[in-house]
Design a protein around this ligand. Sequence first.
Ligand SMILES: Cc1cc2nc3c(=O)[nH]c(=O)nc-3n(C[C@H](O)[C@H](O)[C@H](O)COP(=O)(O)OP(=O)(O)OC[C@H]3O[C@@H](n4cnc5c(N)ncnc54)[C@H](O)[C@@H]3O)c2cc1C
Length: 325
Amino acid sequence: MANHQEPFDVLIVGQGASGYTAALYAARYQMRPVIFGAIFGGETATGGLIENYPGYLEIDGFDLMLKFREQAEKYEVPIISEDVVSAVQRDDCIEVTTNEGNVYTGASIILAVGRERRKLGLEHEDEWTGRGVSYCSTCDAPMHRGNAVGVVGGGDAAVKGAVLLSKYADKVYIIYRRDRFTRPEAANLRQLEARPNVETLFSTTVVELTGENGLSGVVLDRPYEGSAELALDGIFIEIGADPRVGLARQLGLELNGLDEIVVDQFGKTRVPGVFAAGDVTNASGELKQTITAAAQGAAAATSAYEYVSVHGNRCAVHAIGFEAA
Ligand SMILES: Cc1cc2nc3c(=O)[nH]c(=O)nc-3n(C[C@H](O)[C@H](O)[C@H](O)COP(=O)(O)OP(=O)(O)OC[C@H]3O[C@@H](n4cnc5c(N)ncnc54)[C@H](O)[C@@H]3O)c2cc1C
């Protein structure tokens, strides 16, 4: 356990797209940022091929995140490969403790910790993510031209995902454990009904993912057209995601009904000196993508810069770029 006396201007929690972009912007504002995270790259790094990040016709998500990191490293942003387990605000100073028991302080903090995807909990689910198993229709639908795909779930995300997928795939099966839809918006259900190549298997659950080195089908808990086995080129698991709000709760932040951190368009929370960006926030509604996360990281860093410019770094001993107030 160590107490790292030298305080930072901004503590950035999360090594994903929003965290790295915040780090880049903060460093270019001549702040003294530090970025934390035991896992490199966030969801983008494990999301497989990215075809909708401007500037790249296509790029592997892991390679894209390596570029994010390279850019932060160019500005010598320290990267601490530890998770933050607690955060407290004392006077004008924020103190975080990592899973290794190390303590760091900063004048401001940006929470960029993303969301935890809900999973089916089936064998191969993690292993085949990006090889037939996906959690994001917006991201991966165009890869399924002419295919047969399944969508697991019955909420708005599942219905909207199925509508999008039906524009690429030949056949889309929605596999839903309940006997009817109750949660999707009426407009989305109307769109779904208008798609001739979508079929909904109600009261049905996926019990097994099948394939060799990637998904080639699923086993259902009740037969469809006489067989429990359904051949699929891809399966989209759209059963929700939980924002990681443990630190937000510790810092007393406001959460909305979806448990997302409430921020304004500049990444400000209701607590001065505390900012948030990316998928953990309500900032871009349902459109949670690498580009929106990155943009919010830039906005949050700008807000942190303005905050520290005005307030100074009151916990600073050697802060670079700001005089202790
Ligand atoms: C399978 C899949 C495919 C996708 N494909 C695309 C695509 O093609 N195009 C696209 O634009 N978007 C895609 N997305 C969405 C995109 O990946 C996310 O919107 C984006 O990664 C969100 O970035 P973020 O920084 O907000 O969060 P994340 O990427 O989730 O990063 C958050 C990071 O914070 C870390 N963390 C959490 N808690 C702590 C803590 N206490 N201390 C330190 N670190 C912590 C996490 O480990 C993680 O590394 C995809 C998502 C998935 C799941």
